[in-house]
Ligand binder design. Structure first.
Ligand SMILES: [Zn+2]
Length: 596
């Protein structure tokens, strides 16, 4: 009787976490049937079930209850997360949740329903495994004790090798228990820890009293802009002429080739060798700014309605004084609304640190520019993506050679609007005085200049070098009497041209805020004033590398990069510049082969 009750309780607990198992199974069957992965997952799921049921029959009460308590408590976190976001809980989310456990009372207000589900599941599991069977049999005692623990170690080992990845769709209790073991290991090696306070000494702000702006664009390939190529797209940065000096670092290499990884590291710092620990445990850029006496402002263009972007969370947002979003502004005009907001902040006389997350040229770009900026043709068809700021969905884009020609032209038009016209507007309105603006993009794009099929532009598992190639520019007042002379940007840009990386930005910003450059460099690496001759010109395409999984670096050889094809559109006679360019659609001998 008791045996049947225990089995029922465990099954009920498993049933509560069932949606993730179904999702995992579905993903392994469609759209592509993956027999090997399906076999591996089924095996692992089966092992977890064997582990749970054998644990329930461990005759030694203390061991049985101990194991029951461990996996049910660990499972609360996983189930609560999964039922609130309706998705699998990755290992780094588990770490964030433990780090945020101090603000449980706030979480209760927001996620009470999910916490209850997690709690009920834990209780069912605790009783199901823990209750005694009232049998004295000790025949298989050792095996019953060993099986659940060995299975847990096997699971933790698999997750370790895979950098924390691989528990999708497994019972939350086992996932949580394995995550706890990995977490314990990383705590013991100081890779994870609660985020610490600012400890660096303040000496002298290299930026004087001026604002510091990190202007982070989205999906901009540096080699498409006129500052980096004679045939590049108008950026408004080549010769602004309104009292602004532009210091061009040319083509720089990004941290990674996905938005979240780059923005997270730009906001928390990190070096090539030590980014997981630094960006997970050291203070955010907001904390440093506040500690240095600057007001902190976050202009988030892509998102609305207080939705977090690029791995930001409540804890990080606490150090932001003003969080500006543009809920009412259409996507096509949002970067320009950001230009107005930024100009206002630059002109307000307050000393601020401003992080601008632009909307830039992320897919979809069919409608990111107004009709008047349809300068390059043929472009992508218009009218269907007016309300989507960014998506990974490529529905409606075939990936054929002809569609990539259209994509690149739409991209050029988007750059004209969201960079060229953006900077014209910003620099026309703003008085830079002694402010410093660092302009960069999060990552570049593979726009299939070399041909080839596929629809992905960045963040691909086997990236092209152009996915990590970004523009990097520093803007200041052209008037030496007005700007602070803390950094000789002419010298820095000349020395760093085509050889700097995103990793140098965080230490540069700290120096501008006033932190001691020597101490900063010892932790965060070289700033933009120094070129580290030993640093590879490479970006990381395995950003979630931790535990037993190393990062993967993609080296960029600037002699081998793909430049924008000139045949995408018809050249314009000088007399007709500024008018729309129409090119006949490219003809192909064979039918274009599209991909999904
Ligand atoms: Zn991005």
């Amino acid at each position: 009787m008791r045996t049947r009750l225990k089995i029922l309780l465990i099954l009920a607990a498993l049933l509560l976490g069932w949606p993730q198992t179904i999702l995992r199974l579905e993903s392994l069957i469609a759209p592509d049937f993956q027999p090997v992965a399906l076999f591996a997952y089924s095996g692992l799921l089966g092992l977890c079930l064997v582990g749970m049921f054998s644990a329930a029959f461990i005759p030694v009460a203390a061991v049985r209850w101990g194991f029951a308590l461990f996996i049910s408590v660990a499972g609360i976190l996983v189930e609560t997360y999964q039922s609130s976001v309706e998705d699998h809980m990755p290992y780094d989310a588990f770490i964030s949740m433990i780090n945020a456990s101090g603000s449980l009372h706030e979480a209760w207000g927001q996620y009470a329903g999910s916490i209850v589900i997690g709690g009920v599941q834990a209780l069912l599991l605790l009783l199901g495994i823990g209750l005694s069977t009232h049998r004295a049999g000790r025949a298989h005692s050792k095996k019953l004790i060993a099986a659940p623990l060995l299975i847990l170690l096997v699971l933790a080992g698999i997750l370790f090798i895979r950098g924390g990845d691989g528990a999708r769709g497994l019972p939350p209790g086992y996932t949580g228990a394995a995550y706890s073991l990995l977490y314990g290991y990383e705590r013991s090696t100081d890779v994870v820890a609660p985020r610490g306070p600012v400890r660096l000494p303040l000496v002298r702000p290299l930026n004087g009293d001026g604002d510091i702006v990190l202007l982070v664009d989205e999906s901009i390939s540096g080699q498409y802009l006129d500052i980096n190529s004679d045939r590049g797209i108008y950026s408004g940065l080549k010769a602004p002429g309104n009292g602004v000096a532009v210091h061009n670092f040319g083509l720089a290499v990004s941290i990674a080739h996905c938005s979240a990884a780059v923005n997270y590291t730009l906001r928390h710092g990190g070096t090539r060798d030590d980014y997981v620990r630094i960006n997970g445990t050291m203070p955010s850029i907001w904390s440093y700014a506040r500690n240095a006496g600057l007001e902190t402002v976050y202009i988030d263009v892509p998102r609305t309605n207080r939705i977090f972007n690029n791995m930001m969370d409540e804890a990080e947002a606490k150090d932001i004084d003003r969080w500006i979003q543009f809920d009412e502004v259409p996507i096509q005009r949002r970067d320009h609304a950001a230009a107005d907001a930024l100009a206002g902040l630059l002109n307000d006389g307050k000393r601020q640190f401003i992080y601008v997350q632009k909307i830039g040229a992320h897919f979809p770009i069919h409608d990111k520019y107004p009709d008047a900026y349809m300068r390059y043709r043929p472009a992508l068809p218009r009218g269907q993506f007016l309300n989507i700021s960014d998506t990974g969905d490529r529905t409606g884009f075939s990936g054929s050679r002809e569609s990539w020609v259209r994509y690149r032209n739409a991209y050029r038009n988007t750059l004209l609007w969201n960079i060229g016209a953006f900077f014209d507007r910003l620099l026309g309105e703003a008085d830079l005085a002694d402010s410093t603006i660092i302009y960069l993009a999060d990552h570049g794009q593979n726009l299939h200049e070399r041909g080839g099929t596929g629809v992905v532009t960045h963040c691909s598992p086997d990236p092209k070098p152009e996915e990590g190639l970004v523009p990097l520019v520093v803007l200041q007042s052209a008037d030496p009497a007005r700007r602070s002379g803390g950094i000789d940007w002419d010298a820095a840009a000349a020395q760093g041209r085509n050889r700097t990386s995103h990793f140098q930005i965080f230490p540069t910003v700290l120096g501008l805020m006033g932190y001691d450059p020597q101490t900063v460099q010892a932790i965060y690496g070289s700033d933009l004033r120094r070129v580290d001759e030993t640093a590879p010109f490479a970006f990381n395409y395995q950003f979630n590398a931790r535990l037993g999984r190393p990062p993967s670096w993609k080296t960029i050889d600037l002699d081998q990069i793909a430049w924008p094809p000139e045949g995408d559109f018809a050249p314009v006679p000088a007399a007709k510049r500024g008018q729309a360019v129409a090119a006949p659609p490219p003809s192909h001998r064979r039918a274009a082969t599209g991909t999904k």
